[in-house]
Write a protein that binds this ligand. Structure first.
Ligand code: BEZ
Ligand code: FE
Length: 287
C-alpha cells in the first residue's frame, strides 16, 4: 500500500496528488500544484513555529480586510514584492528599441477628458511648469498618427487628484491626446513630485518596519493605444530624481528615463520623449 501517512518528506506529494485527483484539468490545477510544492518547500526551509505562521496568516488576513473596491492592498503587496513587474516582463516581452510596459498602478482613471494638443492639464496652476512633447513611432521609426495618448501624474507634492478630491480639481493633471500626422503630441503640465506608496495599510507598515524602500521616483504615466499595435502602459521617469535606483515597484528601466531640461530662466522645464510601439502579435505574424 502506498505511504499515506503525512510526513515532512512526502507532504507536497500527498497534497499534489490529491489536487491532481480531484481538480479538473486546466491551468488552475497545474498552478495550484506548483504553488503547493513551492509553499511546502518554503516551509521546510524556513521552519516557522506555529506562532510565526499564525502571525503570517494574521498579516494576510489584514491585507484582505484592507482591500476593497477603492483600495487594493493585495495589488500593493504584489507590486512591492516585484511580482507585478515580473508578470509584465513575462507577458509583454518586446523587441529591442520598443518602449517597455510597467505596472499601471492604482491612480489611473479611465474617464479623463480628451483634450486638444497644447492644452494645459494643470487645472489649479500650482507647480513648476513643464512642457511635454512626445512622438509615437513604430519600430521602423515611422510615425503613428491617430494614436491615443492618455497621461496622468502626481502634482509637485507627489499626490494624484483622486487622492486629494477636496484639494485638487477633478481631472487635475490628467488628459487624453491624439497624435498628429507626424505621430507627435504636446501638452503643458507641471513637474511631478516623487511620492511614497501608501504606508498606512498592513503592507506598507510591514515592509516599512524592516526599512524596505517605499518611495517612487517622480514620473509621468502614459497609456498609448493605436490600432494594430500592442498597447503601451508605462512610466517616464525624471532622470534627476535621487531615488531612481530604488523605485518601490521596480519599474525603472533605462529606456524609460526622461531628461527634464530647464530653459534659460530656470523657471520652465521641458521633456521630449519618444515612444516606440510594436505591432500586435497577430499582425507581426502576418507581416
Ligand atoms: C503609481 O505609479 O501610481 C503606483 C503604482 C503602484 C502602487 C502605487 C502607486
Ligand atoms: Fe504613479
Amino acid at each position: 500500500m502506498a505511504d499515506i501517512s503525512f510526513s515532512e518528506g512526502n507532504s507536497a506529494r500527498l497534497v499534489a496528488e490529491r489536487l491532481r485527483k480531484h481538480a479538473e484539468a486546466g491551468r488552475l490545477p497545474a498552478f495550484m500544484i506548483s504553488l503547493v510544492e513551492h509553499l511546502h518547500s518554503l516551509i521546510r526551509e524556513a521552519r516557522p513555529s506555529a506562532a510565526d505562521w499564525r502571525k503570517a496568516l494574521e498579516f494576510l488576513t489584514d491585507v484582505g480586510h484592507a482591500s476593497d473596491d477603492r483600495r487594493q492592498e493585495w495589488v500593493l503587496l504584489s507590486d512591492l514584492l516585484g511580482v507585478s513587474a515580473l508578470i509584465e516582463e513575462i507577458n509583454t516581452r518586446r523587441p529591442k528599441g520598443a518602449t517597455p510596459n510597467t505596472v499601471r498602478g492604482p491612480f489611473y482613471r479611465a474617464d479623463a477628458p480628451r483634450l486638444p494638443l497644447g492644452a494645459d492639464i494643470c487645472l489649479d496652476g500650482v507647480g513648476v511648469p513643464l512642457d511635454v512633447k512626445g512622438r509615437v513611432l513604430d519600430l521602423d521609426g515611422d510615425p503613428i498618427a491617430g494614436a491615443t495618448v492618455e497621461t496622468w501624474q502626481a502634482n509637485g507634492e507627489g499626490f494624484y487628484e483622486n487622492q486629494q478630491p477636496d484639494q485638487q480639481p477633478e481631472f487635475n493633471l490628467r488628459g487624453v491626446f491624439c497624435t498628429d500626422a507626424g505621430g507627435g503630441f504636446h501638452y503643458r503640465t507641471v513637474r511631478p513630485g516623487g511620492y511614497a506608496v501608501p504606508c498606512d495599510g498592513p503592507v506598507g507598515r510591514m515592509l516599512g518596519s524592516i526599512g524596505f524602500p517605499l518611495r517612487r521616483p517622480a514620473h509621468l504615466h502614459f497609456l498609448i493605444k493605436a490600432e494594430g499595435f500592442e498597447t503601451i502602459s508605462t512610466h517616464v521617469y525624471d532622470g534627476s530624481d535621487p531615488h531612481l535606483s530604488e523605485d518601490a515597484l521596480f519599474g525603472v528601466k533605462q529606456d524609460l528615463i526622461g531628461e527634464f531640461k530647464a530653459d534659460e530662466s530656470g523657471q520652465r522645464w521641458s521633456l521630449d520623449f519618444t515612444f516606440v510601439m510594436v505591432r500586435a502579435k497577430k499582425e507581426r505574424l502576418a507581416t
